[in-house]
Write a protein that binds this ligand. Structure first.
Ligand code: HEC
Length: 133
C-alpha cells in the first residue's frame, strides 16, 4: 500500500521536472542533428564522409578540424600522397569537400565572435558619455 501512495506523491514533482525540461529544450537554440556513431552532423554528404573518412582513424579526428574547401582538399591530397588514402572520384570528393567546408568551416568553432575593442578593458573611454558612472 505504501508504494502507490509514494508514487502519487512523487508524480507532481516529476511532472514539474518534465515540464521544466520541455521548456528548457524549447528555448534552446536549434542544434544540428548528429550521427551518434560518428558524431558527424547529419547534412547532405555526411554518409560519404562516414563511409570514407573513418576507415583509418576516428571520425573525431575529422570533426576536430576546421577549414575551408582549400584546407580540406589539401588535407585529402596530403593523405593521398603520404597516408595511402585512395582516389576519391568525382562527384564523391566534391561532395565530401563541400560537406566539410560547410559544416566544419574555420568560422564555426562554436565560439562567440571576438569582442569589439570598445568592450575590452581600457576601451570604455572611447564610448564617451556611456562610460560615465
Ligand atoms: C587510408 C587511410 C585514411 C583514410 C581513408 C583517411 N585518412 Fe585522414 N589521416 C590518415 C592518417 C594516417 C592520418 C594521420 C593520423 C595521425 O597523425 O595520427 C590522418 C589524419 C587526418 C586528419 C588530422 C590532420 C591533422 O592535421 O592532425 C584529418 C582532419 C583527416 N585525416 C581527415 C580525413 C578525411 C576528411 C578523410 C576522408 C576524406 C580521411 N581523413 C580519410 C589516413 C587516412
Amino acid at each position: 500500500m505504501k508504494a502507490p501512495r509514494l508514487a502519487l506523491r512523487r508524480a507532481p514533482g516529476g511532472a514539474l521536472l518534465a515540464a521544466a525540461l520541455v521548456a528548457v529544450m524549447a528555448s534552446a537554440p536549434a542544434r544540428a542533428e548528429t550521427d551518434p556513431e560518428s558524431g558527424l552532423i547529419k547534412a547532405p554528404g555526411w554518409e560519404a564522409v562516414k563511409a570514407q573518412c573513418g576507415v583509418c582513424h576516428s571520425h573525431q579526428l575529422v570533426t576536430a578540424q576546421r577549414g575551408d574547401a582549400a584546407f580540406w582538399t589539401g588535407l585529402i591530397r596530403w593523405m593521398q600522397a603520404t597516408q595511402n588514402l585512395w582516389a576519391l572520384p568525382e562527384p564523391l570528393e566534391g561532395e565530401i569537400v563541400s560537406y566539410l567546408a560547410t559544416h566544419y568551416n574555420e568560422t564555426d568553432w562554436g565560439r562567440r565572435p571576438q569582442l569589439p575593442p570598445t568592450l575590452l578593458p581600457g576601451g570604455e573611454r572611447t564610448l564617451g558619455e556611456a562610460a560615465a558612472p
